[in-house]
Design a protein around this ligand. Structure first.
Ligand SMILES: [Zn+2]
Ligand SMILES: [Zn+2]
Length: 379
């Protein structure tokens, strides 16, 4: 089979390789991949920068052996391994050949303190598909049965199924606090920010304001449900006073757009250090700030920590992964709604064959895109 592999710990270093179809081990399911999507994590693996690189350096063999990347995908079950729990009678959702399935990309240990507390999304023993074991940018992938999510093919088309995992990030973020009747401000409307608009809107947010440096993405944001879009200057002019002025300007515009509400829920999904400060400034007193965007640097300094966080009585909440399986169950509810599926499809701006993955990465990094999907050629 063909697969996209990372072959060395440096920028680029991807190859379109001919490899063996993986074996379906005990407790595993073999999936014939139909489509996959590019994640910010894949872009970091490709560009070899930021916190993802540091995580890989400390938890893997650092691509000494080539690794098939990719963790957002869907496909058909072709083989169910021995000892698969969830395949037999009595299972809530039996796994059978032919089903269209998506995958939870985090393989959790089930034994650590967090897992025993039911917080699987922060498992300390987790392994990530496409990072710690071979991923889904391939024609076939074998994954633990616990990662399988079975879709109803009558309701969920392939292009929606292949983005359910990243959509789940947005479901997790936008349902952590009930968005009903709230004013939601989203910094950074890449795919997850755009998905968050869809989820917040579906769950009854009263006002949604999107902030980004890319006009292309803001345009998508209004198409999927943002009421107001605000274009901010990209990495404004180096000097601290200039950046502070830009922050004040954006905070003022948010205040005007929110009235008579104030920014109840603020999602920081850009990972830009200026945006983190602006998000904290924008949140109302007593508001909540959800932090999802990964900065390219290790250390982040908050300009007005005491005023914005302590005196503001603001709640900060880090969002990682999806709640297993609560987020998936909510996701299923959402994707069964035709209006939600239409909006998810609007976020998918590019569908590119697997073999042209370089083009797909460039498209994504260039930010003139929403979600970029890789399609296995159907023969
Ligand atoms: Zn991802
Ligand atoms: Zn665990």
């Amino acid at each position: 089979m063909k697969a996209i592999r990372k072959t060395a710990p440096r920028p680029g270093a991807l190859e379109w390789a001919e490899v063996h179809v993986p074996e379906c081990g005990p407790g595993e399911v073999l999936v014939r991949v139909r489509a996959a999507s590019l994640c910010g994590t894949d872009a970091h693996i490709y560009s070899w920068d930021g916190s993802v690189r540091d995580m890989i350096l400390t938890t893997t063999d650092n691509f000494r052996r080539p690794r098939i990347i990719g963790h957002e995908f869907c496909g058909e079950v072709v083989e169910v391994g021995r000892e698969v729990r969830g395949a037999g009678p009595g299972a809530a959702e039996p796994i059978r050949p032919g089903q269209l399935v998506s995958a939870e990309s985090h393989i959790v240990c089930g034994a650590c303190y967090q897992c025993r507390r039911g917080q699987f999304q922060v498992c300390t023993g987790e392994r990530i598909i496409g990072v710690h074991r071979d991923g889904g940018f391939a024609e076939y992938i074998a994954i633990p049965a616990a990662c399988i999510w079975v879709n109803d093919p009558a309701l969920v088309p392939v292009e929606v199924a292949c983005v359910e995992e990243p959509f789940g990030n947005a479901v997790h973020a936008a349902t952590e606090y009930d968005p009903r009747g709230q004013c939601v401000v989203i910094f950074g409307v890449g795919p997850i920010g755009l998905f968050s608009i869809i989820v917040a809107s579906a769950f009854g947010a009263e006002r949604i304001i999107a902030v980004d440096t890319a006009a292309f993405r803001l345009d998508l944001a209004s198409r999927v449900g943002a009421h107001t879009t605000l274009l901010t200057a990209p990495a404004p002019g180096g000097d601290a006073p200039g950046r502070a002025r830009e922050r004040e300007r954006i905070v003022g515009l948010i205040r005007d757009a929110a009235a008579p509400f104030e920014a109840d829920l603020v999602f920081e999904m850009s990972g830009h250090t200026d945006a983190i400060d602006t998000a904290l400034r924008a949140a109302r007193r007593g508001g909540k700030v959800l932090l999802f965007g990964l900065p390219k640097v290790q250390a982040v300094t908050l300009e007005r920590y005491a005023e914005d966080v302590i005196f503001g009585g603001v709640t900060l909440k880090g969002i990682v992964g999806r709640k297993i399986y609560d987020t998936w169950i909510r996701t299923r509810e959402l994707v069964s709604r035709p209006d939600v599926r239409t909006r998810i499809r609007a976020v998918i701006t590019d569908t590119i064959p697997f073999a042209r993955y370089e083009e797909a990465f460039q498209k994504m990094i260039g930010r003139e895109s929403g979600k970029v999907v890789l399609r296995v050629s159907q023969d």
